[in-house]
Design a protein around this ligand. Sequence first.
Ligand SMILES: [Zn+2]
Length: 263
Amino acid sequence: MSDPKTSIIDSHCHIVFSSFDEDREKVAQRWRSQGVKALLHACVEPSEIPAIKSMADQFKELRYSVGVHPLDAHHWKPETQSVLKKAALDDQRVVAIGELGLDLFKSNNLSEQLSILIPQLNLAFELNLPVIVHCRDAAKEMLEVFSKLSQDGSCPRGVMHCWSGNVKQMREFLDFGFYISFSGNVTFKNAIDIHECAKYVPSSSFLVETDSPFLSPVPHRGKRNEPSFVKHVVEKISELRNESFAEIAEKTTQNARELFGLP
Ligand SMILES: [Zn+2]
C-alpha cells in the first residue's frame, strides 16, 4: 500500500483546467499527503502558457511543457514555433515540448496534424528537450515520423503519454528510445493489452501519470481525476509486475527525473 514517505511523480496533468478552479489548493494538499513530490503540467496550446506558468509559481513542485496538441491544430499560427521557443527559453521550469502527436481516433486531418507535429519535434531536438507524445490510433504513422527523423539523426527523446497500445507497438517505440507512461486506463479490468505492456516494459523505461482531469483510475472511474490518484496507477502496476509499491514509485520517479531533468 502507499506509504506517504514514498516519492511519486505525476508525469502528466492539466490542473490549469477550470474543473480545478474551486479547490486547487485542496487538490495540492491531497497530492502532497500521498507523496506526489513533483508534477509535470502538459500544455495543449500556447494561450494556456501564462496560466500554467502562474500555477508553477503557486506550486513549487510543478514543471511544465509547452506545445500544441494534435486536436488543437487549429490553434497553430505561423509564429507558433517561435512563441514556443521563446516560452521554453524564458523559463527553466519548461522541461519538455508537448503535448504533441497524432490523434486519428477523434479526427482524420492527418496532414494538418503532421504539419504542426514536425516543427515541434524539430524545436525539441534543437533545444535538446524531450517531447510528450499523444498518440491515439496512429502508432504506424507516428513510428514513420520517428523513423525518418532517426535516419537524419534528429529524433528527440521523449515519452509516449497515456499509453494505450499493445506490446508489439510498445517495443517499437522503446527501440526509438522512448519511455512509456501509464495512466488511469491501466487500472481498467478489460485493458488486457495495457496490462501486458505494464508487465513487460523494462524497469528503466516507464513513467506514471494521471492526465488529470481525464481518465480517472479505478476506484474513481468516471469522476474528475486529480494528481493524488496516481497512487492507484502505481498500485496496479505493482500488482501486475509483482513488485512492491515502493519499488514502482522509486523506479518511475527516477525515470521521470532522468527524462525531464526534474529536481
Ligand atoms: Zn494530456
